[in-house]
Design a protein around this ligand. Structure first.
Ligand SMILES: NC(=O)c1ccc[n+]([C@@H]2O[C@H](COP(=O)([O-])OP(=O)(O)OC[C@H]3O[C@@H](n4cnc5c(N)ncnc54)[C@H](O)[C@@H]3O)[C@@H](O)[C@H]2O)c1
Ligand SMILES: [Zn+2]
Ligand SMILES: [Zn+2]
Length: 367
C-alpha cells in the first residue's frame, strides 16, 4: 500500500525548499522502500534547488543517506526488511558497455525505482540523484541499497552515499594516489576534505589543503593535511610549487567546480602528474588555455563521477575502516538537524560554517 510521509522539496528555481507530503508507493518488482535514518546536505542538493542540474521540478531533495529496509518488491533476493543500508546512486546494471567490459564503476545505465514518488495531487517528483532521502521513507531500486555493518552510526556512514565517497574516491580511485605521493586539494568542503582523508589512507606523504576559509583548513589538518594554503592570500600555484621543491604535486584534486580553480589545479601539478575534477561546474562555465600547455605538461586530466566508486566494494570496507577508528567519518558531521532545517543548512553551507549538516530522523539511534 502507498504511504504518505513528510519530505523536503524544491518546487521552482531558486525558491526556498519546503516540507510537503510525499506519496511513497509500495515497492514494485526490483524496488525497495527504505525508512531513512539520516541524510546529509550536499552541495549538489543546492545545485538542484538552483536549477544547476536540470529543470525537472519539483525535486525531492536529499541523497546522502542511510536507513533500514522496510519492504521489498517481487524478485528482490539480496535484501530483507530490517537490513541496514547506505543508499547509492550507482546501482550497476551489469549489461551496459561499461559493465560488460569489467568497468562497472562507470555503469552508463544505473537502476532507479521504476515508479514515481508523487505529491498528494499526483504530481511526479524528481528524486535528487534518483534517491530523494530528505523524506521519512523513500522508494529506490533494490540495487541502490548497499548493506553495511548495522552497528555503525547512520549519520556518519550515510555520508558515504555521496560526497564523502566522491572525495575519498577522487583521491584513491580516480587519482590513483599511492604511497609517497604529494597531493594538493583545492576546495576543502565535505568533498575536498574527504579527498584529504583519502590521500592519507592511500599513503600520500605530502597533503596540501587549499581553501579560502581558514576554518576549512583547520578541519583539513584534522583529516591529514600536512600543509595548508589560504587561496585568498597569494598565488596558489606558486605556493604549491614552493611546498613541492618547485615542481608541483603529483596529484591535484579540484573540489570546487570552477574554471579558475581548475586552472590552478592544472598548473600546480608536476609534469606528467594527474588532475582530478570532482567539483561540478555549471553549463555556462568556460576555459581558455594554450593547447601547447596540455601537450607539454603531459600527464592525465580526469573527471571523477562519484569517486569512481563501486558501492558493493567500497562502502563496506570504508565502514570497516570507520569502525576501526582509521577513517573519522564523525568529523564530517558538523551538526545534526531536523527535516525542517534544510534551508538553514544551505545558508550555513554557503557561509562555510559546516562540512556537513545531517538530517537525523526521530527515532534514530545515533550510535
Ligand atoms: N563528482 C561527484 O561525484 C560529486 C559528488 C558530490 C559533490 N560534488 C561536487 O563537489 C563540490 C564540492 O561539494 P561540497 O559538498 O564539498 O561543497 P562545499 O560548498 O561544502 O565546499 C566547497 C569548498 O570550496 C571552497 N572554495 C570556494 N571557492 C574557492 C576558491 N576559489 N579557492 C579555494 N577554495 C574555494 C569553499 O570555501 C568550500 O570550502 C560541489 O561542486 C559538488 O556539487 C561532486
Ligand atoms: Zn552498466
Ligand atoms: Zn551529493
Amino acid at each position: 500500500m502507498a504511504q504518505e510521509v513528510r519530505g523536503v522539496i524544491a518546487r521552482s528555481k531558486g525558491a526556498p525548499v519546503e516540507i510537503a507530503t510525499i506519496v511513497v508507493p509500495a515497492p514494485g518488482p526490483g524496488e525497495a522502500v527504505v525508512k531513512v535514518q539520516a541524510c546529509g546536505v550536499c552541495h549538489t542538493d543546492l545545485h538542484y534547488r538552483e536549477g544547476g542540474i536540470n529543470d525537472e521540478y519539483p525535486f525531492l531533495l536529499g541523497h546522502e543517506a542511510a536507513g533500514i529496509v522496510e519492504a521489498v518488491g517481487d524478485g528482490v533476493t539480496d535484501l530483507v526488511p530490517g537490513d541496514f543500508v547506505i543508499l547509492n546512486w550507482r546501482a550497476v546494471c551489469g549489461t551496459c558497455r561499461a559493465c560488460l567490459r569489467g568497468r562497472p564503476w562507470y555503469c552508463f545505465a544505473t537502476f532507479n525505482a521504476a515508479q514515481p514518488m508523487t505529491l498528494t495531487d499526483g504530481t511526479a517528483l524528481s528524486p535528487a540523484l534518483g534517491i530523494g532521502a530528505f523524506a521519512e521513507k523513500t522508494l529506490v531500486h533494490s540495487g541502490q541499497c548497499t548493506k553495511v555493518d548495522p552497528s555503525a552510526s547512520p549519520a556518519a556512514v550515510g555520508l558515504l552515499g555521496c560526497g564523502i565517497m566522491a572525495g575519498i574516491g577522487a583521491a584513491v580511485n580516480t587519482g590513483g594516489v599511492t604511497r609517497g605521493d604529494s597531493v594538493a586539494v583545492i576546495g576543502c568542503g565535505g568533498v575536498g576534505n574527504a579527498a584529504v582523508a583519502g590521500a592519507k589512507l592511500a599513503g600520500a606523504t605530502k597533503i596540501i589543503a587549499i581553501d579560502l576559509d581558514d576554518r576549512k583548513l583547520a578541519w583539513a589538518k584534522g583529516f591529514g593535511a600536512t600543509h595548508t594554503i589560504n587561496a585568498g592570500q597569494g598565488d596558489v600555484v606558486e605556493a604549491v610549487r614552493e611546498l613541492t621543491d618547485g615542481f608541483g604535486a603529483d596529484v591535484v584534486i579540484e573540489a570546487v567546480g570552477r574554471p579558475e580553480t581548475w586552472k590552478q589545479a592544472f598548473y600546480a601539478r608536476d609534469l606528467a602528474g594527474t588532475v582530478v575534477l570532482v567539483g561540478v561546474p555549471t553549463p555556462d562555465m568556460r576555459l581558455d588555455m594554450p593547447l601547447i600547455d596540455f601537450f607539454s605538461r603531459g600527464g592525465s586530466l580526469k573527471s571523477s563521477w562519484y569517486g569512481d566508486c563501486l558501492p558493493s566494494r567500497d562502502f563496506p570496507y570504508l565502514v570497516d575502516l570507520y569502525q576501526q577508528g582509521r577513517l573519522d567519518l564523525d568529523a564530517f558531521v558538523t551538526e545534526t538537524i531536523a527535516l525542517d532545517q534544510v534551508e538553514d543548512a544551505f545558508t550555513k553551507m554557503h557561509h562555510g560554517d559546516v562540512l556537513r549538516s545531517v538530517v537525523v530522523f526521530s527515532g534514530t539511534e545515533l550510535a
